[in-house]
Design a protein around this ligand. Structure first.
Ligand code: UT7
Length: 333
């Protein structure tokens, strides 16, 4: 029997119009364009502005674009999974809100929170629904309005993050394309280095938590950096070895865009030249769950049926992992 795999059959992305440059950040906090570019590789990031605009609004733009280019009707969708750390509301799930806003009525929808690894967790989860044969069209969304949880008086975090959303359509494939393998990991002891202190059940919102600025991203950058470099590279090498892939077999590495130095270290460990690595961190910063689908979207025209692609991510939790997939269509069709 031919193995049923989950293949990405379309991708679309959206970044809001407003561009926050390093130069503008220089006027907001004690930083320099030179520090930001040499330490992170980031030059600018997009920010979602406007009263009442949330993560779902960016995701809706990505999903509508995806529907149009893949000729998909909202009625065709069986399941929506949204990976996000900046949901519109604590509940309901942002996936529910996206479904409502784009007119999806015959699906169930839920969110996945795995910080910056959320998109690869969501893609892997969705692939299992396809592989059972029970689901035919699944939307996997990665979206974050990081500007809603970033403290713009904290120079150690506010220069890093940006806002964006991306969405892929997953469908069954019986001809050898699609998700081939995934390795996902987590280690909750890493939470001390990267978390949001208040707003959860341990420390609900109060005047004190707001006064203490505890509703923003808290990150011990150097500690996270060490774990990110090691784990993202290790898991990417592990998926290569597990699937008998040599450097020359890999067409593209699609890394989470947290820091150019982490991306370069991962590519080096995998033995990949930089031409094979998707990098757009300079224009978007770290958009958390938006990074990987935004890369796929921007490189879609260059992708060919049968390309061997490795996705890799590391994020808060800690969470990390990699996916090996065979691209299922010639891009830009
Ligand atoms: O997305 C998922 C998980 N997140 C990551 O993977 C992020 C991992 N971490 C990183 O990317 C890096 O650690 C950062 C980009 C966050 C920071 O870079 P770093 O090279 O690790 O810098 P650092 O935190 O060691 O700080 C070095 C110095 C410090 O000054 P002192 O103590 O040496 O005087 C900081 O206060 O740089 C200072 N600094 C800044 N200076 C100018 C920190 N932020 C800034 C800034 N502008 N924006």
């Amino acid at each position: 029997m031919t193995h049923l795999r989950a293949a990405i059959t379309g991708v679309h992305g959206y970044a809001p119009e407003y561009i926050l440059t390093n130069q503008e950040l220089e006027t907001m906090v004690d930083t320099t364009d030179e520090w930001i570019t040499t330490r992170t590789g980031i030059r600018e990031r997009h920010i979602c502005k406007g009263e009442g605009k949330g993560t779902s609004d960016m995701a809706v733009e990505a999903v509508k674009g995806l529907f149009k280019k893949t000729n998909t009707s909202p009625n065709d969708i069986d399941l929506v999974i949204c990976a996000t750390v900046s949901p519109d509301m604590v509940y309901p799930a942002t996936a529910n809100i996206i479904s409502d806003k784009v007119g999806i009525k015959k699906a169930f929808s839920f969110d996945i929170n795995a910080a910056c690894s959320g998109f690869i967790y969501a893609l892997t989860t969705a692939s299992k629904y396809i592989e059972t044969g029970a689901y035919k069209k699944i939307l996997v969304v990665g979206a974050d309005k990081m500007s809603s949880i970033v403290d713009y008086t904290d120079r150690t975090t506010c220069v890093i993050f940006g806002d964006a959303a991306g969405a892929v359509l997953l469908e069954p494939s019986t001809n050898g394309y699609g998700l081939m393998d995934a390795i996902l990991r987590s280690d909750g002891s890493g939470r001390i280095h990267l978390h949001q202190k208040a707003g959860g059940s341990v420390r609900p919102a109060s005047h004190e938590t707001v006064d203490n600025r505890e509703h923003f991203v808290y990150q011990e950058g150097q500690a996270v950096f060490k774990f990110a470099v090691t784990n993202m590279a290790d898991v990417s090498v592990e998926i290569m070895e597990k699937n008998g892939l040599k450097s020359k077999d890999i067409t593209w590495l699609v890394p989470h865009q947290a820091n150019l130095r982490i991306i370069e270290a991962t590519a080096r460990r995998m033995g990949l030249e930089k031409e094979k690595v998707m990098i757009n961190i300079q224009r978007y910063g770290n958009t958390t769950n938006g990074t990987i689908p935004m890369c796929l979207f921007e490189w879609e025209d260059q992708l060919k049926k049968g390309d061997n692609i490795v996705l890799a991510a590391f994020g808060g939790g800690f969470t990390w992992g990699s996916i090996f997939l065979k691209w299922a269509y010639d891009g830009g069709k």
